[in-house]
Design a protein around this ligand. Structure first.
Ligand code: UDP
Ligand code: MG
Length: 331
């Protein structure tokens, strides 16, 4: 393949939020990897400063301001990790884009391997934590989270993956069409279905500072993943409703059995009808709620206006059209 010789344009996107203590050190480590890579490829770095309220911005400018090919995107406020990543992805123009956290937990040394896998034809290079030096609590919640996702979601998301990955141009363009507000990039990338390879890595300890994902933020990300990749919660009402219905039927049969065996005088007058009404009304309400839930789910998926299909390549005459033409067509 001639691909291996081709000079590629590679973007590296790094979201940072209140990382003043470590951005300079991070940038130095990143440059240790980027400098040799620049002999073969055009590598640009894009820091997304996600509304830091400390001196991250100044530290970034000091550390990276003089290096060529470094962009610093400033967001107007703190939008959160996934939104910051999205901002960086939207600004990437290269053949491939690599995203990694700016806290040193994602070893930049892997970028060269990612690029090699891209050159080998993979469209997505994911990473997977193995034997990480993570606190037990984080490891445990992460494992529980991925187990839940695989149980109720219908998009396969690999466990222990992070927002440390390489995306090729077609995937990037696909993501740009997915303008949903609640974003769980791990799931969205999996949803595109492009040719994927998984690279294992050992997650490092932070260079310094503290994790920005508090328990509350972790819970929010988990909720975002659950509700935007699974409609199971919406169907809970329906299941509960059907349960009530079964109870109502069981109660009716129970009462009937008294009548059939001539023991109806043992029943407290009014109990049977009252109980039956209670259960029937309960089941009717829950079923109605469940049905509404299902429609809400459909509406929810529709309003995202995700593309109905994605094109990998176009052969023949249509191949002359600009590659984006098909993507931009409204469905
Ligand atoms: N981050 C961000 N915006 C936020 C929270 C975090 O850009 O609102 C950045 C943060 O600076 C880091 C990366 O996202 O580079 C991952 O965050 P963190 O290390 O706190 O998460 P964890 O590694 O604990 O999952
Ligand atoms: Mg981190």
């Amino acid at each position: 393949m001639t691909m291996a010789q081709r000079r590629l344009a590679i973007d590296i996107v790094v979201p940072v939020y209140n990382e003043e203590a470590i951005v300079a050190e991070f940038h130095r480590r990143l440059m240790d990897v980027v400098t040799p890579l620049r002999r073969e490829h055009d590598v640009r770095i894009c820091y997304v400063n996600d509304g830091s309220v400390d001196h991250t911005a100044a530290e970034l400018v000091k550390a990276a301001g003089d290096d060529g090919g470094v962009t610093i995107l400033e967001l107007s406020r703190n939008f959160g990790h996934q939104a910051a990543l999205t901002a960086g992805l939207d600004h990437a123009e290269g053949d491939a884009v690599v995203t990694l956290d700016g806290d040193g937990q994602h070893p930049p040394e892997l970028i060269a391997d990612m690029v090699a896998l891209y050159q080998a034809g993979y469209e997505v290079v994911l990473t997977q934590r193995v034997g990480a030096e993570l606190p037990a609590f984080k490891r445990w919640t992460s494992a529980a989270f991925y187990r839940l996702l695989s149980a109720i979601g219908n998009t396969r998301i690999i466990a222990a993956s992070a927002d440390f990955r390489l995306l090729s141009r077609p995937v990037l363009q696909a993501l740009r069409q997915m303008r949903e507000y609640h974003r769980f990039l791990r799931g969205m990338v999996a949803w595109t279905g492009y040719r994927t390879v998984v690279l294992p890595y050992t997650e490092r300890a932070r260079l310094g500072g503290t994790a920005k994902y508090s328990l509350r933020r972790m819970a929010r990300l988990a909720a975002e993943a659950t509700f935007s990749f699974s409609l199971v919660p919406l169907k809970i009402a329906l299941v509960v409703g059907l349960g009530f219905l079964a109870l109502a039927v069981a109660e009716a049969l129970y009462v009937l059995s008294f009548w059939l065996t001539g023991r109806q005088h043992l029943l407290v007058p009014g109990w049977a009808s009252l109980m039956f009404m209670l259960l029937i009304v309960g089941s009717a309400l829950m079923i109605a709620l469940g049905l509404v839930g299902i429609y809400v789910g459909y509406i929810f998926q529709e309003v995202k206006r995700r593309p109905v299909y994605l094109i990998r390549t176009v052969h023949g005459d249509a191949g002359d059209a600009p590659p984006d033409a098909a993507h931009e067509r409204e469905r």
